[in-house]
Design a protein around this ligand. Structure first.
Ligand SMILES: Nc1ncnc2c1ncn2[C@@H]1O[C@H](COP(=O)(O)OP(=O)(O)O)[C@@H](O)[C@H]1O
Ligand SMILES: [Mg+2]
Length: 293
């Protein structure tokens, strides 16, 4: 379970048969029951499922914030689950996270400039002027005015605060970012703006994302691949394109039918799927392109 296979062609992230048990005294609850997926550099994996299906637990296990009871989590071939604290700390410039609620993840007593300088202090030797330049560049890249660096989190809207959390996650040039429902607390119109920003930064910075959402319509545009989670199990996984065209598991079909899309053609396809599901028949039976578990 804890072998290290350091090869150059190892996937960026490889989760294999991951099991997570939460223990509370003598009681134990299995939140993740054997989930496997791979994520390559520069790609986006969408992790979708209803509330309580174990999405955040998977993200937290990867980040070392939830126990890996069984299975393995490898980053560039190195086993994260059994890694020493010091080794993991050394990886923290590579692996970052954006949470749902930027207000609780940002320090309200610190200016934005201070918050953005912190990751740079930890990981890189930069002159004062280089640090300031990096901060100003990052603030601009997330679409905020430069003078934001002198202000505090409370002086921004929810969407702006999430832009700040994105800036903080990305300023150290990570290769992999866990995004746990990063737009779920935002108004719909703001969600689209922040998603577009994330998609743009993902491309321009070559980031690999694990994008967690309960809402399939949020992840559909950004994801290359999808894992559909239900009760701690991956019920369907594969390329996002194939899954939208031909969801094979009834649960994926219902998730798909439940999330509204602005595209009328897609909407009509959804309607057809919903009707097919209601009639008890399954969606199109073309060559199955998805791996079913
Ligand atoms: N710290 C914890 N201790 C015990 N059970 C937990 C803990 N965190 C989450 N759970 C349970 O694990 C399951 C999965 O939770 P979570 O991963 O947060 O789901 P999701 O992110 O998909 O909504 C839920 O039933 C939840 O109640
Ligand atoms: Mg969650």
């Amino acid at each position: 379970m804890s072998t290290t296979t350091r090869t150059n062609d190892a996937p960026l992230l490889e989760v294999t048969d991951l099991v997570v048990d939460y223990r509370n005294g003598r009681r134990s609850y299995r939140a993740v029951r054997g989930v496997s997926f791979k994520l390559e550099r520069g790609r986006t994996m969408g992790l979708v499922g209803e509330s309580g299906s174990g999405k955040s637990t998977i993200g937290r296990a990867i980040l070392g914030l939830a126990p890996v009871t069984d299975g393995s989590v490898r980053f560039r071939g190195d086993e994260l689950a059994t890694m020493k604290r010091s080794q993991r700390r050394a990886l923290s410039d590579q692996i970052q996270v954006i949470f749902q609620d930027p207000y609780s993840s940002l320090d309200i007593t610190k200016t934005i400039g201070y918050t953005l300088a912190e990751p740079l202090n930890h990981h890189e030797r930069l002159t004062r002027e280089q640090t300031h330049q990096r901060i100003r560049d990052m603030v601009r890249r997330v679409g905020l005015p430069e003078e934001s660096i002198h202000r505090y989190p409370a002086q921004f809207s929810g969407g702006q605060r999430q832009r700040i959390a994105i800036a903080r996650a990305l300023i150290g040039n990570p290769t992999f970012v866990v995004c746990d429902e990063p737009v779920s607390a935002l108004d719909l119109s703001i969600q689209a703006e922040v998603m577009n920003l994330l998609a743009e930064l993902q491309k321009s910075m070559g980031l690999a994302l694990l994008f967690i959402s309960h809402d399939l319509s949020v992840v559909r545009h950004i994801s290359d691949d999808l894992v559909v989670l239900k009760d701690g199990l991956a019920v369907e996984q594969g390329s996002a394109e194939d899954m939208y065209a031909n969801p094979s598991h009834p649960y994926t079909q219902s998730l798909l039918a439940a999330s509204p899309v602005p595209d009328p053609q897609a909407q009509a396809e959804r309607r057809r799927l919903r009707q097919a599901a209601a009639a008890g028949s399954h969606a199109p039976t073309q060559t199955p392109t998805l791996e079913r578990i």
